[in-house]
Write a protein that binds this ligand. Structure first.
Ligand code: PLP
Length: 384
């Protein structure tokens, strides 16, 4: 018996085949116009993104990381400021405050949603206030794996302390909470268009979404070296953070598929849950939330040998991923961030540490067939 073709962890080929003619047409238009920077496709995409999210403004930028950086630069976040963020997330969320001279304060996450644990957030804000060395300035809520964080609660905590609420929705574009898509929660929302995200381009790209006209204007200035209305008037220190026209053209061709792709991801997630519930901890949603299913991550039983599980699955042509193998406070680059501060010692981050040992992500993309989903389920059942 020949073994069947491996399942893809992510799949960009099936999607490309569906829209290849439109991609070719849109890319050819950019080649013909030569407007590689700030071409009309960038503005067209910004209008479409704002419409999709239901927000007032969208500003295309060069990556999700730069979206986070521009949003924090616009608030003047820097030395002496504390930025609260989950210890269990992608490294970019923590890197940006450090690049700006601010201090990331790692917060533990909830063992079921994997998003910010709000009681721990309150504890750490109180700790920073008591210490008196840093000013609580911002909370970055991550919608991990596509599940919205508890935004009404995060907004309330930020309002109480006069903090900036930034949504890192890099894994979650398309998700919604209480009938509002991400893009309208917090003061601003950062998106990434890295190829494997729910809406991805063919390179790096990102966007900032906000309902606040003043912030949107600032974001436009900062992404173009702090330029004012005229080309060579520099109003503030900015950066080169533009989304290029080619990537905007790619995203314009892909965006019409997104609604259907989100529905397809939801179906895959439901089939995984049906097949795996009881064997492993399957992801759940929260009341009022529509999950974007950027990733599908299960929690293996305590003590399971994850490397062996992955090997056994791989032997059946089923790849898997580990997002993330290390909590951020254990990363060498960040361990020093709190040296000499009261944040250096306890309180510990036990949930983030536990998740890093047990988390496992299964293939997740909108073009998985029912047969492939069944193969993944069977492989996990045999491996665990
Ligand atoms: C992907 C990702 C980013 C960074 O996006 P890039 O476009 O790769 O810079 C930031 N935060 C989270 C949670 C991400 O998953």
């Amino acid at each position: 018996m020949t073994s069947p073709r491996p399942v893809a962890l992510f799949d960009m080929k099936a999607q490309q085949a569906l829209i290849r003619a439109e991609l070719d047409r849109r890319l050819a238009a950019v080649l013909d116009s030569g407007a590689f920077i700030n071409g009309p496709e960038v503005r067209e995409l910004e209008a479409e993104l704002a419409r999709f999210a239901g927000c007032a403004h969208a500003v295309g930028v060069s990556s999700g990381t730069d979206a986070l950086q521009i949003a924090m630069m616009a608030e003047g976040i820097g030395r002496g400021d504390a930025v609260f963020l989950p210890a269990f997330t992608y490294t970019a969320t923590a890197e940006v405050p450090l690049v700006l001279g601010a201090t990331p304060v790692f917060v533990d996450v909830d063992p079921v949603t994997f998003n910010l644990d709000l009681a721990d957030l309150e504890r750490r804000i109180a700790l920073v206030l008591k210490d008196g060395k840093l000013t609580p300035r911002a909370v970055v809520g991550v919608d991990l794996f596509g599940l919205p964080a508890d935004w009404p609660a995060i907004e309330a905590i930020c309002a109480r302390h006069g903090m900036f609420a930034l949504d890192d929705a890099a894994q979650a574009f398309g998700a919604a909470l209480h009938g509002k898509r991400l893009g309208r929660w917090g003061h601003a929302t950062a998106l990434s268009f890295y190829p494997t995200k729910t809406l991805g381009c063919y390179g790096d790209g990102g966007a900032l979404l906000t309902d606040d006209a003043d912030r949107a204007e600032l974001y436009r200035q900062l992404r173009t070296h702090g330029e004012g209305k005229s080309r060579y008037e520099v109003l503030r220190t900015g950066m080169n953070g533009r989304l290029d026209t080619m990537q905007a053209a790619v995203l314009l061709a892909k965006l019409p598929l997104l609604e259907g792709e989100l529905a397809a991801r939801t179906k895959v997630a439901a089939a995984y849950a049906d097949g795996l519930r009881g064997l492993v901890q399957v992801p759940t949603s929260i009341p009022g939330a529509e999950h974007a299913w950027g990733l599908y991550s299960i929690l293996l039983p305590e003590g399971a040998d994850r490397a062996r599980v992955q090997e056994a699955m791989k032997a059946e042509g089923v790849p898997s991923g580990i997002y993330y193998p290390k909590p951020l406070h254990h990363q060498p680059a960040y361990a020093a961030a709190h040296a000499g501060s009261i944040l250096a010692g306890p309180p510990p981050l036990p949930v983030s540490e536990m998740l890093c040992h047990r988390i496992l992500s299964l293939p997740m993309h909108p073009y998985l067939t029912a047969e492939e989903v069944a193969r993944v389920v069977a492989a996990v059942r045999r491996a665990v």
